[in-house]
Design a protein around this ligand. Structure first.
Ligand SMILES: *Cc1c(COP(=O)(O)O)cnc(C)c1O
Length: 491
């Protein structure tokens, strides 16, 4: 049974006088705050904090944490996000005192172990990418995109070339055009063919001397490897542009093929996806980038260098775009990625990808009889099913199915993405799921599509909240108790 306490806020549970700890009476003369701090630093009144005993607080947060679905509690086939199991071994390594308790301002000479680890991680990522120069600084995939586009901009600026456009297919993740715009480029969309690959005619039409970068996700967001990638790279390079690989789908090709070998000039990794870092809920990620030697001079600082005396941070790089993140990047996530890579080794990583692809194809073969998969009966590590026919025939939407899956104890797949598939359900099982789990998920879908539409429209039925108003939640997020007080009517 769900604990109702979790549904109340700490402020509703608050009782004046309750305390988490009580301090002894001071045995030295007490001084008033205004004698210790300048008046302009003092607030008019203490902050209105909830007053609670320690067990109340612990129970509140522990119970709240059980309201969520997570990789540790449920199958989580969220397409594009690679929600694989996060090995606890990674956590133990990241929590070692010699890593977790370092201070970012310590001198280089006292953090040699960490620098060695990060140096080795960069070398492993370079090898997987097939691109020689790596920056570990970006804090997530989207940040890696932005950083790489700034690198590309610096490259063209130094060459005296005015290139203003960044192309991306219509199947791209929304971060691609957003990063392009943030980096000061105009984002231009390239059409996909009905099979879901880049439409070469449309690419040819849009490719001119103004194009700086073509951003491509390969395998793409339909879970298919675009076999035209070499031709695409030749076309873009022929026009003087660069190829950016959105590496969110690297889980399908680790140790099988390398972006640098199929034409990419730069790419990002999502360590929190491919290399098993925990993610979701807006927690920290890491989006290291790898680039060709031509682009290496523009990478952000600091880089880590190995010298005869040991490892050191390199800051004096005249063509660098500068810093994109404080200190060393999101070190905790990077340590987990290092541990994952070292644990698997080269052969293990290849097995990760072959198993991920096998699992996805098994699930695809079971689900295509329940919901059509418009782009065919083979995939890489994920596939996109469509509820369009179900919607036309019975009024049941992808959202209805996603919500109902929660009642069956499964996290929903990604829905309505990529936008080129109607009523899309994007399913990525990852390599860490068993055949039993995949079968149970397919069985649940099979039952759900036969259930009465009315039941599905109001699902989920077993969660504390059924369907929050998502638009309202995004436009007016209520993030503190104070915000729940009546607000003035908006104009
Ligand atoms: C997740 C994802 C991104 C963005 O990565 P973040 O780490 O979430 O910033 C970009 N492209 C694709 C295809 C993705 O799946």
């Amino acid at each position: 049974m769900r604990n109702q306490q979790a549904t109340r806020t700490l402020f509703e549970l608050s009782k004046p006088g309750l305390r988490g700890c009580r301090l002894p009476e001071p045995d030295v003369p007490a001084a008033a705050l205004h004698e210790l701090l300048p008046a302009e630093l003092l607030a008019d009144a203490p902050p209105p904090l909830a007053e609670l005993a320690e067990p109340d607080v612990v129970r509140h947060f522990t119970n709240l944490s059980t309201q969520n679905m997570s990789v540790d509690t449920h199958f989580y086939p969220l397409g594009s996000c690679t929600m694989k199991y996060n090995p606890k071994r990674n956590e133990r390594v990241a929590q070692l005192a010699g890593l977790a308790e370092l201070h970012p301002l310590q001198p280089d000479t006292t953090v040699q172990g960490l620098l060695a680890l990060l140096y080795e991680l960069a070398a492993m990522l370079a090898e997987i990418a097939g691109l020689p120069a790596v920056s570990l600084q970006p804090a997530a995939g989207a940040h890696g995109e932005l950083t790489s586009l700034l690198v590309a901009a610096a490259h063209f600026r130094r060459r005296g070339e005015q290139r203003t456009k960044v192309l991306a297919p219509d199947s791209a993740h929304g971060t691609n055009p957003a990063s392009a715009a943030m980096a000061g480029f105009t984002a231009v969309t390239v059409q996909s063919t009905p099979q879901g690959f880049v439409d070469l005619d449309d690419l040819r039409r849009k490719l001119d001397g103004q194009v700086a970068v073509f951003m491509i996700t390969n395998p793409n967001t339909l879970g298919m490897f675009d076999p035209q990638i070499r031709v695409i790279a030749e076309m873009v390079h022929g026009a003087g542009g660069l190829i950016y690989l959105d590496g969110a789908n690297m889980n399908a090709i680790l140790g099988i093929c390398r972006p640098g070998d199929f034409g990419a000039d730069m790419m990002h990794f999502n360590c929190h996806k491919t290399f098993s870092g925990p993610h979701g809920g807006g927690g920290p990620g890491a989006g290291p980038i790898a680039v060709s030697s031509d682009l290496a001079p523009y990478l952000p600082v600091p880089l880590i260098e190995r010298t005869a005396e040991g490892y050191r941070l390199v800051l004096d790089r005249p063509h660098s775009i500068g810093r994109v993140r404080s200190f060393f990047g999101n070190v905790g996530v990077l340590i987990r990625a290092w541990c994952y890579l070292r644990t698997h080794g080269a052969r293990g990583l290849r097995e990760v990808s072959t198993q991920a692809v096998l699992n996805a194809n098994y699930l695809l073969s079971r689900i295509q009889h329940i919901l059509p998969v418009p782009q065919g009966n083979r995939c890489m590590h994920e596939f996109v099913a469509s509820a369009a026919r179900l919607k036309a025939e019975r009024g049941v939407s992808a959202m209805d199915i996603a919500k109902r899956l929660l009642d069956y104890g499964f996290h929903a797949p990604t829905v309505y993405f990529p936008p080129i598939v109607k009523e899309a359900l994007m399913i990525e099982p990852t390599e860490t799921e068993s055949k039993e789990t995949l079968d149970a998920f397919a069985d649940a879908l099979h039952q759900i599509v036969q259930e009465p539409p009315e039941l599905l429209h109001h699902a989920p039925h077993s969660t504390l909240h059924s369907r929050p108003d998502e638009v309202q939640a995004a436009r007016h997020p209520v993030t503190s108790w104070h915000a729940t007080r009546p607000r003035p009517a908006s104009p």
